[in-house]
Write a protein that binds this ligand. Structure first.
Ligand code: ADE
Length: 284
Protein backbone atom coordinates (compact mmCIF):
# COMPACT_ATOMS: atom_id res chain seq x y z
CA UNK A 1 0.00 0.00 0.00
CA UNK A 2 1.25 3.47 -0.84
CA UNK A 3 -0.05 6.41 1.10
CA UNK A 4 0.10 9.80 -0.52
CA UNK A 5 -1.10 11.83 2.41
CA UNK A 6 -1.27 11.33 6.13
CA UNK A 7 -3.77 14.09 6.86
CA UNK A 8 -7.50 13.72 7.36
CA UNK A 9 -9.93 14.79 4.62
CA UNK A 10 -11.97 12.85 2.15
CA UNK A 11 -10.34 9.48 1.78
CA UNK A 12 -10.21 7.31 -1.30
CA UNK A 13 -9.04 3.71 -1.07
CA UNK A 14 -8.13 2.59 -4.55
CA UNK A 15 -7.69 -1.11 -5.29
CA UNK A 16 -5.67 -1.72 -8.40
CA UNK A 17 -3.07 -3.95 -10.01
CA UNK A 18 -1.26 -0.85 -11.29
CA UNK A 19 -0.83 1.72 -8.52
CA UNK A 20 1.88 3.45 -10.56
CA UNK A 21 -0.78 4.81 -12.94
CA UNK A 22 -1.96 7.13 -10.16
CA UNK A 23 1.39 8.57 -9.18
CA UNK A 24 1.73 11.41 -11.66
CA UNK A 25 -1.88 12.72 -11.68
CA UNK A 26 -1.86 12.86 -7.90
CA UNK A 27 1.36 14.81 -7.85
CA UNK A 28 0.20 17.67 -10.07
CA UNK A 29 -2.04 20.69 -9.84
CA UNK A 30 -5.28 20.64 -7.82
CA UNK A 31 -5.07 17.04 -6.67
CA UNK A 32 -1.56 17.62 -5.37
CA UNK A 33 -2.71 20.74 -3.54
CA UNK A 34 -5.75 18.98 -2.10
CA UNK A 35 -3.47 16.25 -0.77
CA UNK A 36 -0.97 18.72 0.64
CA UNK A 37 -3.67 20.71 2.38
CA UNK A 38 -5.17 17.60 3.92
CA UNK A 39 -8.48 17.80 2.02
CA UNK A 40 -7.75 14.60 0.14
CA UNK A 41 -6.20 11.37 1.22
CA UNK A 42 -5.54 8.64 -1.31
CA UNK A 43 -4.45 5.18 -0.36
CA UNK A 44 -3.44 2.87 -3.14
CA UNK A 45 -3.71 -0.85 -2.50
CA UNK A 46 -2.08 -3.27 -4.87
CA UNK A 47 -4.49 -6.18 -5.28
CA UNK A 48 -1.53 -8.44 -6.07
CA UNK A 49 -0.26 -7.98 -2.50
CA UNK A 50 -3.37 -9.83 -1.35
CA UNK A 51 -3.02 -12.76 -3.77
CA UNK A 52 -1.82 -16.06 -2.40
CA UNK A 53 0.90 -18.39 -3.61
CA UNK A 54 4.40 -17.84 -4.86
CA UNK A 55 3.19 -16.24 -8.06
CA UNK A 56 0.46 -14.12 -6.51
CA UNK A 57 -1.86 -14.81 -9.42
CA UNK A 58 -4.79 -12.39 -9.74
CA UNK A 59 -6.49 -13.68 -12.91
CA UNK A 60 -7.64 -16.99 -14.31
CA UNK A 61 -9.34 -18.57 -17.32
CA UNK A 62 -13.11 -18.14 -17.60
CA UNK A 63 -15.31 -21.12 -16.75
CA UNK A 64 -17.08 -22.22 -19.89
CA UNK A 65 -14.18 -21.23 -22.08
CA UNK A 66 -13.82 -18.25 -24.33
CA UNK A 67 -11.07 -15.72 -24.71
CA UNK A 68 -9.55 -13.42 -22.14
CA UNK A 69 -8.84 -13.75 -18.47
CA UNK A 70 -11.04 -12.96 -15.50
CA UNK A 71 -10.02 -11.26 -12.25
CA UNK A 72 -10.12 -13.80 -9.44
CA UNK A 73 -12.40 -13.07 -6.53
CA UNK A 74 -10.11 -14.04 -3.61
CA UNK A 75 -7.46 -11.30 -3.83
CA UNK A 76 -10.06 -8.59 -4.45
CA UNK A 77 -12.26 -9.70 -1.54
CA UNK A 78 -9.26 -10.07 0.77
CA UNK A 79 -7.87 -6.66 -0.17
CA UNK A 80 -11.13 -4.75 0.22
CA UNK A 81 -12.29 -6.57 3.34
CA UNK A 82 -9.04 -6.22 5.20
CA UNK A 83 -8.52 -2.57 4.29
CA UNK A 84 -12.12 -1.54 5.06
CA UNK A 85 -12.41 -3.83 8.04
CA UNK A 86 -15.46 -5.70 6.77
CA UNK A 87 -16.17 -9.38 6.26
CA UNK A 88 -14.52 -12.30 8.01
CA UNK A 89 -11.00 -10.93 7.79
CA UNK A 90 -11.73 -7.40 8.84
CA UNK A 91 -11.78 -5.76 12.23
CA UNK A 92 -15.56 -5.75 12.43
CA UNK A 93 -16.59 -2.71 10.42
CA UNK A 94 -19.61 -4.65 9.23
CA UNK A 95 -20.64 -5.47 12.79
CA UNK A 96 -20.16 -1.89 13.88
CA UNK A 97 -22.16 -0.60 10.96
CA UNK A 98 -24.87 -3.25 11.04
CA UNK A 99 -28.21 -2.04 12.24
CA UNK A 100 -27.13 1.53 12.84
CA UNK A 101 -26.32 2.82 9.42
CA UNK A 102 -28.30 5.88 8.48
CA UNK A 103 -26.29 6.35 5.31
CA UNK A 104 -27.01 3.54 2.91
CA UNK A 105 -24.41 2.92 0.27
CA UNK A 106 -25.06 4.42 -3.14
CA UNK A 107 -27.56 2.48 -5.17
CA UNK A 108 -26.63 -1.00 -4.03
CA UNK A 109 -26.69 -3.49 -6.81
CA UNK A 110 -29.44 -6.06 -6.71
CA UNK A 111 -27.14 -8.81 -5.60
CA UNK A 112 -25.04 -6.90 -3.10
CA UNK A 113 -24.73 -8.65 0.24
CA UNK A 114 -26.49 -7.34 3.29
CA UNK A 115 -23.23 -6.36 4.91
CA UNK A 116 -22.33 -4.13 2.02
CA UNK A 117 -25.75 -2.56 1.82
CA UNK A 118 -25.18 -1.41 5.36
CA UNK A 119 -21.73 -0.11 4.66
CA UNK A 120 -21.23 3.60 5.05
CA UNK A 121 -18.33 3.37 2.63
CA UNK A 122 -19.42 3.04 -1.00
CA UNK A 123 -17.48 0.23 -2.64
CA UNK A 124 -17.49 1.19 -6.29
CA UNK A 125 -16.54 -1.13 -9.09
CA UNK A 126 -15.26 0.65 -12.21
CA UNK A 127 -16.71 -1.13 -15.18
CA UNK A 128 -18.19 -0.22 -18.56
CA UNK A 129 -21.35 -2.00 -17.38
CA UNK A 130 -21.99 0.47 -14.56
CA UNK A 131 -24.22 3.54 -14.30
CA UNK A 132 -22.82 6.24 -16.49
CA UNK A 133 -21.05 8.81 -14.32
CA UNK A 134 -22.31 12.39 -14.21
CA UNK A 135 -22.12 15.51 -12.06
CA UNK A 136 -25.02 14.43 -9.86
CA UNK A 137 -23.23 11.18 -9.03
CA UNK A 138 -20.06 13.14 -8.27
CA UNK A 139 -22.04 15.25 -5.82
CA UNK A 140 -23.55 12.14 -4.23
CA UNK A 141 -20.14 10.58 -3.72
CA UNK A 142 -18.79 13.84 -2.30
CA UNK A 143 -21.22 13.41 0.63
CA UNK A 144 -19.13 10.53 1.93
CA UNK A 145 -15.95 10.85 3.98
CA UNK A 146 -14.52 7.72 2.48
CA UNK A 147 -14.99 5.92 -0.83
CA UNK A 148 -13.44 2.69 -2.10
CA UNK A 149 -12.80 2.28 -5.83
CA UNK A 150 -11.98 -1.10 -7.36
CA UNK A 151 -10.23 -1.03 -10.73
CA UNK A 152 -10.58 -4.01 -13.01
CA UNK A 153 -8.18 -5.31 -15.62
CA UNK A 154 -8.34 -8.25 -18.00
CA UNK A 155 -11.72 -9.13 -19.50
CA UNK A 156 -13.66 -8.44 -16.36
CA UNK A 157 -14.35 -9.38 -12.78
CA UNK A 158 -15.57 -12.65 -11.40
CA UNK A 159 -19.30 -12.00 -11.03
CA UNK A 160 -19.18 -12.64 -7.27
CA UNK A 161 -17.18 -9.42 -6.79
CA UNK A 162 -20.01 -7.56 -8.46
CA UNK A 163 -22.71 -9.37 -6.53
CA UNK A 164 -21.28 -9.67 -3.04
CA UNK A 165 -18.62 -7.03 -2.56
CA UNK A 166 -19.42 -3.92 -4.59
CA UNK A 167 -22.19 -1.56 -3.53
CA UNK A 168 -22.19 0.27 -6.84
CA UNK A 169 -20.87 -0.01 -10.39
CA UNK A 170 -19.83 3.05 -12.34
CA UNK A 171 -18.82 3.56 -15.96
CA UNK A 172 -17.30 6.83 -17.14
CA UNK A 173 -18.78 6.47 -20.61
CA UNK A 174 -19.87 4.12 -23.32
CA UNK A 175 -16.44 2.97 -24.39
CA UNK A 176 -14.07 0.34 -23.06
CA UNK A 177 -10.78 1.27 -21.42
CA UNK A 178 -7.90 -1.10 -20.77
CA UNK A 179 -8.75 -0.93 -17.09
CA UNK A 180 -10.60 1.00 -14.41
CA UNK A 181 -7.63 3.14 -13.31
CA UNK A 182 -8.30 6.12 -15.58
CA UNK A 183 -11.98 5.92 -14.68
CA UNK A 184 -11.06 6.00 -10.98
CA UNK A 185 -8.98 9.11 -11.57
CA UNK A 186 -11.83 10.81 -13.41
CA UNK A 187 -14.21 10.09 -10.55
CA UNK A 188 -11.71 11.12 -7.89
CA UNK A 189 -11.07 14.41 -9.68
CA UNK A 190 -14.75 15.22 -10.24
CA UNK A 191 -15.66 14.36 -6.64
CA UNK A 192 -12.85 16.10 -4.81
CA UNK A 193 -13.31 19.41 -6.59
CA UNK A 194 -16.79 19.56 -5.04
CA UNK A 195 -15.31 19.74 -1.58
CA UNK A 196 -15.13 23.21 -0.08
CA UNK A 197 -11.60 24.59 -0.26
CA UNK A 198 -10.32 22.35 -3.02
CA UNK A 199 -10.80 24.95 -5.74
CA UNK A 200 -9.20 28.29 -5.04
CA UNK A 201 -12.45 30.11 -5.88
CA UNK A 202 -15.17 29.18 -3.37
CA UNK A 203 -17.84 29.44 -6.09
CA UNK A 204 -15.71 27.43 -8.48
CA UNK A 205 -17.80 24.29 -8.55
CA UNK A 206 -21.10 26.19 -8.53
CA UNK A 207 -20.84 27.81 -11.95
CA UNK A 208 -19.41 24.77 -13.65
CA UNK A 209 -20.86 23.28 -16.74
CA UNK A 210 -23.40 20.75 -15.45
CA UNK A 211 -23.45 22.02 -11.85
CA UNK A 212 -26.57 24.12 -12.56
CA UNK A 213 -27.80 21.53 -15.02
CA UNK A 214 -26.79 23.84 -17.88
CA UNK A 215 -23.59 24.07 -19.86
CA UNK A 216 -21.45 26.99 -18.85
CA UNK A 217 -21.56 30.39 -20.57
CA UNK A 218 -18.54 31.49 -22.67
CA UNK A 219 -15.56 33.03 -20.90
CA UNK A 220 -13.28 35.82 -22.08
CA UNK A 221 -10.19 37.47 -20.66
CA UNK A 222 -7.83 40.21 -21.85
CA UNK A 223 -7.11 41.50 -24.42
CA UNK A 224 -10.50 42.99 -25.39
CA UNK A 225 -9.59 42.47 -29.02
CA UNK A 226 -7.48 39.60 -30.36
CA UNK A 227 -6.83 39.22 -34.10
CA UNK A 228 -9.86 41.34 -34.74
CA UNK A 229 -12.14 39.19 -32.53
CA UNK A 230 -13.90 41.31 -29.93
CA UNK A 231 -14.96 40.45 -26.41
CA UNK A 232 -18.77 40.94 -26.23
CA UNK A 233 -19.49 44.55 -25.29
CA UNK A 234 -21.74 43.63 -22.36
CA UNK A 235 -18.80 42.04 -20.50
CA UNK A 236 -16.90 45.31 -20.61
CA UNK A 237 -19.91 47.36 -19.48
CA UNK A 238 -19.40 46.97 -15.74
CA UNK A 239 -23.17 46.40 -15.38
CA UNK A 240 -23.35 43.27 -13.23
CA UNK A 241 -27.05 42.68 -13.68
CA UNK A 242 -26.67 42.85 -17.45
CA UNK A 243 -23.65 40.53 -17.33
CA UNK A 244 -25.57 38.00 -15.21
CA UNK A 245 -28.50 38.10 -17.62
CA UNK A 246 -26.21 37.68 -20.64
CA UNK A 247 -24.45 34.74 -19.02
CA UNK A 248 -27.69 32.99 -18.18
CA UNK A 249 -28.93 33.44 -21.75
CA UNK A 250 -25.66 32.20 -23.17
CA UNK A 251 -25.75 29.14 -20.91
CA UNK A 252 -29.32 28.44 -22.02
CA UNK A 253 -28.48 28.97 -25.68
CA UNK A 254 -25.41 26.78 -25.50
CA UNK A 255 -27.27 24.00 -23.70
CA UNK A 256 -30.16 24.23 -26.15
CA UNK A 257 -27.80 23.91 -29.13
CA UNK A 258 -25.38 21.31 -27.79
CA UNK A 259 -27.23 19.32 -25.14
CA UNK A 260 -30.99 19.88 -25.41
CA UNK A 261 -31.52 16.70 -23.37
CA UNK A 262 -30.21 18.56 -20.29
CA UNK A 263 -32.91 21.23 -20.51
CA UNK A 264 -35.58 18.74 -19.56
CA UNK A 265 -34.03 18.39 -16.11
CA UNK A 266 -33.51 22.09 -15.36
CA UNK A 267 -35.87 24.44 -13.57
CA UNK A 268 -36.53 27.42 -15.83
CA UNK A 269 -38.54 30.57 -15.30
CA UNK A 270 -41.49 31.28 -17.57
CA UNK A 271 -39.57 34.05 -19.34
CA UNK A 272 -36.65 31.69 -19.92
CA UNK A 273 -38.99 29.16 -21.43
CA UNK A 274 -40.46 31.84 -23.66
CA UNK A 275 -36.99 32.94 -24.69
CA UNK A 276 -36.08 29.35 -25.60
CA UNK A 277 -39.28 28.97 -27.60
CA UNK A 278 -38.35 32.11 -29.48
CA UNK A 279 -34.85 30.70 -30.07
CA UNK A 280 -36.37 27.52 -31.47
CA UNK A 281 -38.71 29.49 -33.73
CA UNK A 282 -35.87 31.64 -35.04
CA UNK A 283 -33.79 28.49 -35.52
CA UNK A 284 -30.88 30.27 -33.80
N1 ADE B 1 -13.12 -0.07 -17.33
C1 ADE B 1 -13.05 -0.24 -18.65
N2 ADE B 1 -13.80 0.64 -19.31
C2 ADE B 1 -14.40 1.42 -18.36
C3 ADE B 1 -15.31 2.49 -18.41
N3 ADE B 1 -15.79 2.98 -19.55
N4 ADE B 1 -15.71 3.03 -17.24
C4 ADE B 1 -15.26 2.55 -16.07
N5 ADE B 1 -14.41 1.52 -15.98
C5 ADE B 1 -13.96 0.96 -17.11
Amino acid sequence: MRELCYNAGMRFDIFTLFPGIFESPLRESMLKRAIESGLLQVQLHNIRDYAEGRHQVTDDYPYGGGGGMVMKPEPVFTAVESVLGIGDRGSGFRDQAAGQSSTPALHPQRGASVSNRQSTIPIVLLTPQGRVFNQRMALELAQYDRVALICGRYEGFDERIRQHLATDEISIGDYVLTGGELAALVILDAVIRMKPGVLGDPTGAVDDSHASGLLEYPHYTRPPEFRGWQVPEVLLSGDHAKVDRWRREQALRRTWTRRPDLLELVELTESERAWLRQLAQDGA
